[in-house]
Design a protein around this ligand. Sequence first.
Ligand code: NAP
Length: 250
Amino acid sequence: MKLDGKIALVTGGSRGIGKAAVQALAREGAKVAFVYHSSAEAAEQIVKELAEQNCEAIAIQADVADKAAADAVVNQVIEKWEKIDILVNNAGIIRDGLLATMSSEDWQAVIDTNLTSVFNFCQAVTRPMMSKRYGRIINMSSVAAHFGNSGQSNYAASKGGIIGFTRCLATELAKRGITVNAVAPGFIETDMTVDVRNAAGDQIKKHIPARRLGLPDDIANAVLFFASNESSYVTGQTLAVDGGLTLGGI
Ligand code: NAP
């Protein structure tokens, strides 16, 4: 398997895209630690199901926006498995609303959970990865970084910030054998998009050249590529995985 002997840490692994990434990394042979916030039961179920497939995973409760908590998670994983080879910064939230009425709390919650968390976990793994001269960091952006979606100024700012952050960190770490890339999902069938999907129904598909919504596994496959040795000469890039949504045609 591609990731035998590798240790991976995934944030937001209890549901949706993060869950698919945890499962994909584990099935490729990595030992996987993942962070959840409130879905303890779902997290334990994932650990149990992976154990039944002879895959090793642990779930850790933490708020990714909390720097001390991020440090503690990274220390816990390194104490258990001695290193972290792969970091997937996936945890994210939406708090949509027009800017005119957006509360400071909704602005800050999205920036802290989606963007500051990336700083928190990247900084925590940087030294351990540098000492091993190996690392794969994958940050979850969004096509929302490029679109002008009304009501998503906080979310778009966080996801655009991730792209700039990814480029800069990639430059800093390239000579240490560490790659830093981002994935920008389009419309993916998860809890996060359930309201939009319920409201828009099949209309959404008309705007997607592939004429279907994405599945969490579509994103997990891109994560697997960036996590693998095969992507060792790719860094600082953002890969749109969106069925052609950002191409501009239909
Ligand atoms: P989701 O189904 O809503 O799952 C979000 C995950 O993030 C859950 O595991 C949740 O943990 C975790 N999380 C949220 N806040 C957290 C916090 N403060 N601390 C720790 N964990 C936290 O979302 P998703 O659709 O899979 O999205 C995953 C990522 O992809 C996000 O960054 C999102 O912005 C991005 N993305 C999604 C889409 C899409 O169409 N779905 C498109 C573009 C980008 P709990 O279960 O414990 O709450």
